[in-house]
Write a protein that binds this ligand. Structure first.
Ligand SMILES: [Zn+2]
Length: 181
């Protein structure tokens, strides 16, 4: 349900919300939702787009406290492997604050562009390695939290994830792609 709003004198006013059906359960979202299921669908589409060129590797970074998968994607041109090891790495993550669903739409655009046939995307894949954690806090997203995960405080969760991410070897992730070709 989309609601009309006005902004006047720096005051945001939501027009009265109509609930036309009795016994409905309604939720009002601050941002346009982007769920864990939306992410799963997106990753399948991105994987299909990238499949022919073998430029994408999906890996499970960890299982969360809630038992779901937190994925990390590696995007690069895997050839030649010796050159991949010398490339600078971009590290991108979204939804550490699960309420900020707008971040997911940014990550969606980044992923779709990076795996595309665009000349600039190809250049980027040739010269850099992109490590993307599209949803850093899936437990928080699934449970509708705004800042925290399931049991950890936000800070502890973030530190543990960044530690894990720091221990990954991006060129190795690309090399795996090369090996499976
Ligand atoms: Zn934030």
């Amino acid at each position: 349900m989309a609601c009309a709003h006005t902004v006047a004198d720096s005051i945001f006013r939501l027009s009265p919300v109509q609930f036309p059906h009795e016994d409905d359960v309604c939720f009002i979202a601050m941002c346009y939702p982007f769920t864990y299921s939306d992410l799963s669908n997106l990753l399948l589409k991105v994987e299909n787009l990238a499949q022919k060129r073998r430029i994408l590797t999906r890996s499970e970074l960890c299982k969360t406290e809630g038992g779901v998968s937190c994925e990390i994607l590696t995007i690069c041109n895997p050839r030649p492997p010796s050159q991949v090891e010398r490339r600078p790495v971009f590290f991108i993550s979204g939804r550490v604050h699960p309420g900020e669903s707008n971040a997911s739409f940014i990550v969606k655009g980044i992923l779709q562009f990076l795996v595309s046939d665009d000349d600039i995307a190809r250049e980027l894949r040739d010269h850099f390695v992109f490590e993307v954690i599209p949803m850093l806090n899936p437990d928080g997203v699934i449970h509708g939290h705004y800042r925290v995960s399931l049991v950890f405080s936000f800070v502890a969760f973030y530190c543990s994830i960044t530690f894990l991410a720091g221990s990954l070897s991006p060129p190795h992730a690309c090399a795996q792609t090369e090996e499976t070709m």
